[in-house]
Design a protein around this ligand. Structure first.
Ligand SMILES: Cc1cc2nc3c(=O)[nH]c(=O)nc-3n(C[C@H](O)[C@H](O)[C@H](O)COP(=O)(O)OP(=O)(O)OC[C@H]3O[C@@H](n4cnc5c(N)ncnc54)[C@H](O)[C@@H]3O)c2cc1C
Length: 330
């Protein structure tokens, strides 16, 4: 028996959730006294980049360099994970509940007849053969404990929920052939449009988000400038994407992306329940709104009542001065 982790990558780079999954898997393996294996499916990786996983406790990495993996399709990725799970006799499989993980995890669970928890927010509690794992439910309003009792267990960890622990482990990289072929790819990609932001929204530590209070797409320059100075990704409310002020991949909420950054700055967004469902797992929420009665203030850690067109440029100027050392806080 062993623990197998899928370390998700994008164009030859590990995504932050990959480090979280590896660290999570390492701690599960250590608790159970089982070996840990990590699977990487990306021909653009290099052996030296894979060694980064040792910083999170990986000691053995299976690397399939098949170029076909450059496009995600749940079917062949699930097949590769199945092959790796059989080769390593995995009884626990850990991955991240990213966009890809949301498609991959249930498919794999069905194929392996495995119990699955999606969105784990803590390490399991081990009770005999059973794992008890906490996850958020009802848009983060409640926490459920899920019991996994099947011989094979799959844990899809909620991104940015379980902080990775640093380690310093020597990594052995083994080339691996999972046996996928072009015929396994059922999704044909005709073209790829890259998102405009410099930081990937789902991985971002800081997100600056705008709503209808910004009046029009021509006013997004100040949002982008604030995001740039903070090294943040940009996001928006749904109506903003619906009227094409911003691209739909930036829309957060019940019908958009769920994000959990360390800092979420909501500007000119009322804080409707459907919006909150996608952002209320953020560690710190700052709300800027000219209406002191805006519902978002109830969910905020810090609130600024005022006109975004005055406050946002002033904040950007202050952050720039702070970064240059001109402004200090005592
Ligand atoms: C089934 C369903 C699913 C939905 N899913 C989503 C979802 O996933 N994500 C989502 O966001 N919404 C979703 N919605 C829509 C949601 O209900 C709200 O209508 C939406 O979030 C409101 O967007 P907003 O806050 O940008 O706009 P508004 O509600 O119009 O709020 C604008 C805010 O800007 C403030 N403002 C105005 N001018 C200024 C200024 N100069 N300075 C500062 N503040 C200012 C106002 O006081 C106001 O609070 C969904 C709705 C339904 C029915």
């Amino acid at each position: 028996m062993s623990v197998l982790v899928f370390a998700e990558t994008a164009e030859g780079n590990f995504r932050k959730p990959a480090f979280e999954s590896v660290s999570y898997g390492q701690r599960v393996a250590a608790s159970l006294g089982l070996p840990l294996h990590v699977l990487c499916l990306d021909h653009e990786l290099s052996e030296s980049s894979i060694k980064q996983l040792g910083d999170y406790g990986a000691s053995h990495v299976l690397w399939d360099r098949n170029e076909l993996f450059r496009h995600f399709d749940p079917q062949p990725f699930a097949k590769a994970l199945r092959t790796a799970a059989e080769a390593t006799q995995a009884s626990v499989i850990v991955l991240s509940l990213t966009y890809n993980g949301r498609a991959l995890a249930p498919l794999l669970a069905a194929q392996l007849n495995a119990g699955l928890v999606t969105g784990a927010i803590q390490l399991p509690e081990f009770v005999g053969q059973e794992f008890r794992i906490k996850k958020n439910v009802f848009g983060g309003k409640a926490i459920a404990t899920v019991a996994l009792r099947t011989p094979v267990k799959i844990i899809a960890v909620l991104p940015n929920a379980v902080a990775p622990q640093r380690a310093s482990t020597d990594v052995a990289v083994e080339l691996f052939e999972s046996g996928v072929t072009a015929s396994d790819w059922k999704i044909k990609i005709k073209g790829i449009r890259k998102s405009s932001g410099k930081v990937i929204l789902s991985d971002a530590e800081i997100v600056v988000s705008g709503g209808r209070g910004l009046k029009g797409p021509e006013n997004w320059g100040m949002i982008e400038e604030l995001a740039e100075v903070l090294g943040a990704a940009t996001a928006c409310s749904r109506p903003v994407a619906d009227v094409h002020w911003r691209p739909h991949e930036e829309h957060v909420g019940q019908t958009g992306l769920t994000i959990r950054p360390n800092l979420y700055i909501a500007i000119g967004i009322s804080g409707a329940i459907q919006h909150l469902a996608g952002v209320n797992g953020s560690k710190v929420i700052v709300v800027i709104n000219k209406d002191p009665e805006a519902p978002f203030f109830k969910a905020a850690d810090y609130g600024i009542v005022g006109d975004a067109f005055e406050i946002v440029p002033a904040l950007t100027r202050a952050f720039k001065r702070f970064k240059s050392g001109e402004l200090t806080f005592s």
